[in-house]
Design a protein around this ligand. Sequence first.
Ligand code: F6R
Length: 246
Amino acid sequence: MKVIVTKNYDEMSKVAADILIEQVKKNPRSTLGLATGSSPIGTYQKIIEAYNNKEVSFKDVKTYNLDEYCGISIDHPQSYYCFMHDNLFNHVDIKEENVHIPSARGTESEIQAQCNAYNEALKKASIDIQLLGIGGNGHIGFNEPGTSFEQETFVVTLAERTREDNKRFFNSIDEVPTHAVTMGIKNIMQAKSILMLISGKGKADTVVKLLSGEVTTDFPASVLYRHEDVTIVVDEDAYSKYAEQN
Ligand code: F6R
């Protein structure tokens, strides 16, 4: 596990964007696994800047997103479909048919069928770099504490901590979805390489747990110790507690 400590969020975003851009320059037909949330927004902005400067094109790039909320419509401003289009896809030359975001709408059995289809697509996808954030409780995608490392794409009941953490995006906690479809830990681990972003004082305890090296399903991100190509880009605020203790 390679750990890169950056001065702040902006530098974290630059480092991460450069890694993703290099991948696409090296192989214009790359497949990227993408994340939502606050952590990657700056990275996506830097990618858009690079695209506008004609440094990189996404016309042959394929993407697979980690997750999507159940219970809100695709055009809800907080759907991950909207998030990805607003923050990245609408601003670069990616083809809509190359964009994959789990579908989480319909009846229970329809959603289950969509999970299975996404899972099958992921098996064939061969993701070059999977971008990840990390939940305060150590979740990756929406694989909450206690999830088996063998888990594939599924419908998850969101942990209360996750709903609390994400209520900042909604008018109230009652509006935060209770369920989501997420790639499973097994799907995430199948990526050729993993790039995790961690920022802010609020993640300082999370970083201490992650870097303790203990591998446990109680802290899903710890599974990354079993992957051979992981880069963690963490800003000084998020790294601060670990730095004090080591
Ligand atoms: C997002 C995702 C989540 C977030 C995590 C951190 O697609 O799968 O695991 O990466 O909840 O969120 P932020 O970046 O908002 O702190």
